[in-house]
Ligand binder design. Structure first.
Ligand SMILES: [Zn+2]
Length: 240
């Protein structure tokens, strides 16, 4: 009995100690919290977010530094990591290919917590990709979404060549084929035309498939752009 009583006395201490040692539990449920605070989202956005024009300019400036060969490598210090660990506030969403030569933090010269990057081969859209974009727009208050296609994209080239793709690769190529069809009669290099067409098409599809993004555009909180990255120069060209 004495042992049981001692255990019961110690139990609250043990529970508190366990919770203190387990911040992971609190962080894990954090993404759900913004739903409860949804009515305040618009005010929060106005207070914290930069404008779409400012966000785009920040990316353009970073890319200019990268292209020049003199990047600043901003926001990569221990102090920045500590600051960002308390909460992320990325100003941009970058939707781009998984290609190892196409790294947005490098070519936009950004650091920890600056850009929310969604990468999948051929930057194809899916519910998972759209959900990731919506999370960054709705809850992290990113001000631009930039779809960045790139020179010599292997996924686009395979779709242009009518490759069926083995395994699940075919599903990626099927998602790119509409842009291949849209651009098939254009003069010039078919893969390059399809890269540009696919980036533009993806940028149009995002608000069409996501009421959350469409509403954020309507409210002036976000803008969506298409762009094309040059592998050698490092230049990101905004596509009209
Ligand atoms: Zn690619």
């Amino acid at each position: 009995m004495a042992r049981t009583a001692r255990f019961l006395v110690l139990l609250p201490t043990l529970i508190l100690g366990f919770l203190a040692l387990c911040p992971l539990g609190a962080n894990e449920v954090a993404p759900a919290a913004p739903h409860a605070a949804a009515p305040a989202a618009a005010e929060e956005h106005a207070a914290e977010a930069i404008s779409p024009a400012q966000a785009l300019q920040r990316l353009v400036d970073g890319n200019t530094r990268f292209v020049s060969g003199h990047p600043d490598h901003p926001n990569q210090t221990l102090a920045r990591r500590v600051e960002a660990a308390a909460g992320q506030k990325p100003f941009a969403v970058i939707v781009t290919c998984s290609d190892s030569r196409v790294a947005p933090e490098l070519y936009f010269d950004q650091g920890v917590g600056d850009i929310f990057v969604v990468r999948v081969a051929g930057h194809v859209l899916s519910d998972h990709v759209l959900g990731s974009i919506e999370y960054a727009v709705e809850h992290l208050h990113a001000s631009v979404v930039v779809v960045v296609g790139h020179e010599k994209c292997g996924a686009v080239a395979a779709a242009v060549s009518s490759d069926r793709g083995e395994g699940k690769i075919g599903t990626l190529l099927d998602a790119i084929r509409p842009a291949v069809r849209d651009t098939r009669n254009q003069a010039g290099d078919k893969t390059e035309n399809a890269v540009r067409g696919h980036a533009r098409r993806t940028a149009k599809l995002i608000p069409a498939a996501s009421p959350i993004v469409k509403n954020a555009i309507g409210a002036g909180h976000v803008k969506v752009f298409a762009a094309r990255y040059d592998l050698v120069s490092g230049k990101v060209e905004l596509l009209p």
